[in-house]
Design a protein around this ligand. Structure first.
Ligand SMILES: C[S@@+](CC[C@H](N)C(=O)[O-])C[C@H]1O[C@@H](n2cnc3c(N)ncnc32)[C@H](O)[C@@H]1O
Length: 311
């Protein structure tokens, strides 16, 4: 895992070969696919919890590295070792225990760059928007939304430790300013940990069904949900796609909410991928997909960025 991290602060991150390829030269045991090697059932999901800014971990941010979005914009990210936080070495993830959030994955930068192009092409406005980043890890897409004026940003990760050690420090470095009254940010930020099957208890709900019965005309802000949901590299495990899609539909504002998703066409060995997610969306029939970007750089699996909106 660590060899996936940036090597050179001046040039920004370098990314590793295809993740989840199962051609693991280091010989580490991944045990992906939620089919544990031992045949034991996965552990029960962790409870959904809110993580406060004050819970930032002292492990955090030994060194800060810039990630170039374009010539005029960099986002800074910290670096934390899985060995220090989860006592796990040489592993991208341990299903049900650690879901990969300490590493910066290629898709998150694909997503940020696509959002940047959408803004430049006047197809996206983030100013004042309520944004949720699912499976955030470093949180670069959510941080980008903050830099572009989002009014509220909620960051979700499976692991509270990831939020405490990495996401919160990254958010503070990029979005908080020192003032005479202390540090503050112009966006309202929140951090939530837990499994997608549980997260609707804490996140805003768009409640598409309720809005449909009232023609979308509700004054009840708690049922307005997020204007924009962002997610990168969250669709690798086939088994978690239904919960992820259910959560998105619950949390997205009806009917104007939009999802931006970056991911690989296939995650070999774990069964997920953009095609599998699209199949789920098409079978359900509530949302329409649009391909915004595909990155076939020859060196890895094809990567894509998709946009979804209610029909
Ligand atoms: C491969 S990492 C991607 C991290 C980050 N988005 C990036 O691209 O750098 C997958 C992320 O999805 C989240 N995740 C995976 N399965 C999950 C589940 N069942 N419930 C909640 N979050 C999950 C984890 O929090 C993890 O950070």
């Amino acid at each position: 895992m660590e060899d996936m991290e940036p090597k050179n602060a001046a040039t920004g991150p370098t990314f590793a070969p295809p993740l989840f390829s199962f051609s693991n030269p280091g010989g580490a045991s991944f045990g992906f696919g939620f089919g544990f090697d031992s045949g034991a059932p996965p552990p029960p999901p962790p409870p959904a919890v809110e993580v406060l800014l004050s819970e930032e971990s002292p492990v955090a941010v030994a060194s800060l590295e810039p990630v170039m979005v374009d010539d005029s914009l960099s986002i800074y990210k910290g670096r934390v070792s899985t060995a220090d936080v989860f006592a796990v070495k040489n592993s991208d993830l341990v299903p049900g225990k650690y879901e990969g959030g300490l590493k910066l994955w290629e898709g998150s930068l694909d997503l940020v760059k696509t959002l940047n192009s959408e803004i430049k092409g006047d197809r996206l406005l983030l100013e004042g928007k309520r944004v949720l980043e699912l499976g955030c890890g470093h949180g670069l897409p959510g941080i980008f939304a903050g830099l572009k004026g989002a009014g509220l940003i909620h960051f979700q990760d499976f692991n509270a430790e990831v939020l405490k050690c990495l996401t919160i420090p990254n958010v503070k470095v990029n979005l908080f300013k020192e003032t005479s009254e202390g540090t503050c940010t112009s966006s309202s930020v929140g951090f939530f940990a837990g499994d997608w099957s549980e997260m609707d208890k804490l996140l805003l709900c768009g409640d598409a069904e309720k809005d449909k019965t009232t023609g979308g005309d509700t004054e009840d802000k708690t049922y307005n949900g997020y204007d924009i949901i962002l997610m990168a590299e969250t669709i690798y495990a086939l088994s978690s796609l239904p919960n992820l899609y259910r959560l998105i539909k619950k949390c997205l504002h009806y009917s104007g909410g939009v999802v931006y998703m970056a991911g690989k066409k296939h995650y070999f060995g774990v069964g997920g991928g953009t095609r599998q997610f699209l199949r789920l969306v098409e079978e359900d029939g509530a949302m329409q997909p649009e391909l915004l970007n595909d990155v076939a750089d020859g060196s890895s699996n094809v990567r894509e960025v998709w946009k979804f909106s209610f029909k």
